[in-house]
Structure formats: C-alpha cells, structure tokens
Design a protein around this ligand. Structure first.
Ligand SMILES: Cc1ncc(COP(=O)(O)O)c(C=O)c1O
Length: 433
C-alpha cells in the first residue's frame, strides 16, 4: 500500500515489521491482508498484555460505548472505581479509602502521565530530574528531554530543548547496570552506577527534584538489573530527600511477573506511572499513583486533558485489571517466563545470551562480536533473525543500542503451544544458517 500521505518521519524503517499491513487480531495472533497469520510477540510493546480482542474487554467496551463513552467534566462511577483500584495496587487491597495513602491522576498516554508525575514532583520539590542512561519516557517535547533514543538528541537540539546535565564529572544521567536480572546488586557495574549517582547527589542534591526510574530498560534495549541494586539506589536518593518516580508504563501490570514492580521488589517510589496495557489495547489511558500529600501539591489549573479519565477508558481499564488477575497471576507469569527462557537457551546458539523477568525476555546477539566478529555483524544477524522469524509467522522486536538484541514480548495469557512454536521458529534460524 503506497504511503502517499504519511510523512517520512512517521515511519519505523528500523523495524523489520514496518512494511506489514495487518487487518485482524485475536488473542496472540495477527493476520495480514493475504490471510497470513503471525504470532504477535511484540504486543504493542506491552500495550496488548491480554492479547487482541479479549472477549471480556470487548463486551465491557461495547456496553460502555452504548451507555456513555464520553461526558463533559469527568466525574462518573467508573472513574472513582478505577482510582480506588489503582490506589489499592500500591497501598494493598485491605485499606479503606479513608486510610488510603495514595491518590490517582488519570491521563491518556504514557508521555503525558510522565509529564504529570514530573510536574507534581516539581511542585513538591523544585529542581532537576535524574534519570538512567538508556531510559525512555516518551517523545513529547518534555519527555524527549529525559529520554535517550538516538533520534531524541536531534529532536532536543532542533527544538532548543537542552539535554539533561551530562558528562563524566557531573552527571545526573546515571548508568544503568547491565549486569542482568541474576546479579546481587553488588557487582562492579552496580557499584559504578551508584558512584555516579552519589557523586551527583553530593554536589547537587539541593537542586534535584526527583529521579525517574524504569524497573527494567524497555524501549531502548530490554536491559535488566536486580531488585537489590534498585533498593540501594532508592535508599541513597531518599537519604538526600530526592523523590522517586517509577515509570512502569511498559514493565508494570504483570510484564515482569509483578503488578507494581517497584513495590514488589521492595523499593517503594513516591509516584508510580502506568499506561499501555492499562487500556487493554483498546483505549489509551494512563495513570500516576502517588503519595496523597504530594499529589495534592499541584495547584488546580496547571494540568488538564480533554480525554483523560473518560468513562470508556476507565471501564475498560477496570476490566483489564480484573482479567489480568483472573487469567494470568503474577506467580504463574514468573514461573512460565523462567521455563520459556530455559527452553529458549537450550535451543539457540550458545553465542547468544538470554535474560529476562516474567514474560519480558531478550536474546542478546552481541556475543558474536566478542567472538571476533564486528558489532555491525551482530546487528546484521539480529536483523536477519527477526526477518527469519517474521517469514515463519512470528513477530519479535529488534532492539538495543547496537540493534543486536531481540525482545520477545508475548501476551501474559499466552498458551504453552504458542510459546513452544515461538521457540521452534527462533531455533530454526540456526539450522538454516
Ligand atoms: C517506559 C515508558 N515510558 C513512557 C512511554 C511513552 O508512552 P506513550 O508512547 O504512550 O506516550 C513508553 C512507551 O514505550 C515507555 O516504554
């Protein structure tokens, strides 16, 4: 289909699936216009954690569409119910609303919710924002400022938004330790990352508002660090009074085998940001959940959005959380994800490493460049591998700084047969090479 009307910048030519045209989706499967089926193990980068067209989500969406999709102002029962449910995810279900520690700000996209958390953090303690190297928090003008995609550098410069303070001496951009999910938080990489954070805080804590963290690096490469590292970092930030924002837009709500990764890993942030799969892959909706006193500090009139907290989105989000609890179960996601990675490791080349948590899995092909090949060779292998899988009906995501990592992001309610099929397709690449 010729893209006559679409600007070049709106394409994603770095993704092998960019040229595919899909016309139908159901569960874990997408179909193109010629009837070819694909297992969708990209899942809208976690927006489709319950797969396509989940019958329970369709049913509530249809009911709500015919009852009340949108209303002037935004007070309606489904909003209040959703706010309560989200606060309980952070506070624990047993608390009554009179005792709740949290308040909830609803928004429509991930980037907007990050901006809202940022504004609230600023209202509590004005100052700069610390972030991870390789973080991704969106592509709005503000979030591009704290995101680290190759092209957002161009965006920042061309629109005059200045990058966060960088440089080896004084940096509020903290290296993300790439030691993987199995580390104990005390390795050299973790220590080096902590040193940069400490160095910044020793000289600049007074002028620092918050640090925004992803519990695992999502968009920029699927890199994992352990809970022990995060607990060390958050303890350090707290000792300087710096607030903590956990951006769980991609990795929250089950993806890592935890509902709220930061809390389940024992480092409670001041603000949790959710998005993507909160809308069940049907309606855009996002949320900031934060400490009630801090949330109240943002004055009225600083923030609003036409479509935020609309009845349709709230109703679908409520059902999406229920389906997630009923069908997936965090313990089961962790167990099945570990089993999937074990089997995958056994069936692909020994030169590739496999890491992950829950149903967030990555294959790293860079081992090939350690074997005497150049890093662009490993990028070529990763590209070919993703294309090979696509040709055999499996969509996986090419990622990483060098584009030599492959993220595997199935729906959280995926069946064992589909998981086995994915392993067979991925391992067949090494048989034909
Ligand atoms: C961690 C994280 N934060 C923020 C965003 C931005 O979300 P949106 O594209 O809905 O603005 C994304 C999107 O991939 C993300 O992964």
């Amino acid at each position: 289909m010729p893209q006559t009307y679409r600007p070049k910048g709106a394409g994603r030519s770095h993704d092998p699936h960019d040229g595919l045209v899909f016309i139908r989706g159901c569960g874990d499967t997408l179909w193109d216009g010629k009837g070819k089926a694909y297992l969708d193990f990209i899942c809208g980068y976690s927006a489709l954690n319950l797969g396509h067209a989940h019958p329970r989500l369709l049913a509530v969406a249809q009911t709500q569409l015919s009852q009340l999709a949108f209303c002037t102002g935004a007070t309606h029962p489904w909003r209040s119910e959703l706010e309560k449910k989200l606060a309980q995810l952070v506070d624990g279900p047993s608390l009554e609303s009179s005792e709740s520690n949290s308040k909830v700000w609803l928004s429509s996209t991930g980037a907007r919710a990050v901006e809202i958390a940022w504004k609230i953090a600023f209202a509590n303690r004005p100052g700069k924002i610390m972030r991870f190297h390789l973080s991704y928090h969106g592509r709005s003008l503000a979030t591009a400022h704290i995101s680290d995609t190759g092209n957002s550098d161009a965006l920042r410069h061309s629109f005059g938004v200045h990058p966060s303070v960088e440089g080896p001496e004084h940096s509020c951009v903290i290296p993300f330790p790439m030691c993987g999910s199995q580390c104990d938080g005390k390795c050299e990489e973790c220590d080096a990352s902590m040193d940069v954070a400490r160095h910044w805080l020793e000289g600049h804590s007074e002028e620092t508002s918050a640090m925004i963290l992803e519990p695992a690096i999502g968009a920029r490469g699927y890199y994992f660090a352990c809970g022990a590292y995060f607990r060390r970092l958050v303890k350090l930030l707290r000792s300087y009074g710096v607030q903590v924002i956990s951006d769980e837009i991609q990795m929250g709500l089950g993806r890592l085998g935890t509902m709220i990764a930061s809390i389940d890993d024992g480092w409670k942030p001041d603000f949790v940001v959710l998005g993507k799969s909160l809308g069940g892959g049907i309606t855009p909706i996002s949320a900031v959940i934060g400490d009630r006193d801090r949330m109240d500090k943002l004055p009225q009139g600083i923030e609003s959005e036409t479509f935020a907290a609309n009845p349709l989105a709230c109703r679908v989000a409520l059902e999406a959380i229920s389906v997630l609890n009923d069908e997936c179960g965090t313990a089961s996601i962790s167990r099945r994800g570990n089993l999937f990675r074990e089997r995958l490791r056994d069936s692909i080349s020994a030169n590739c490493s496999v890491d992950g948590r829950g149903f967030a899995t990555v294959i790293d092909v860079s081992g090939l460049s350690n074997q005497g090949a150049r890093s662009d060779d490993s990028s070529r292998v990763a590209w070919d591998w993703v294309c090979h899988a696509q040709g055999r009906g499996l969509l996986v995501h090419l990622t990483g700084v060098e584009r030599n990592r492959i993220a595997i992001i199935p729906p959280l309610n995926v069946g064992d047969v589909a998981l086995q099929q994915a392993i067979e397709i991925l391992s067949s690449f090494w048989k034909v090479r």
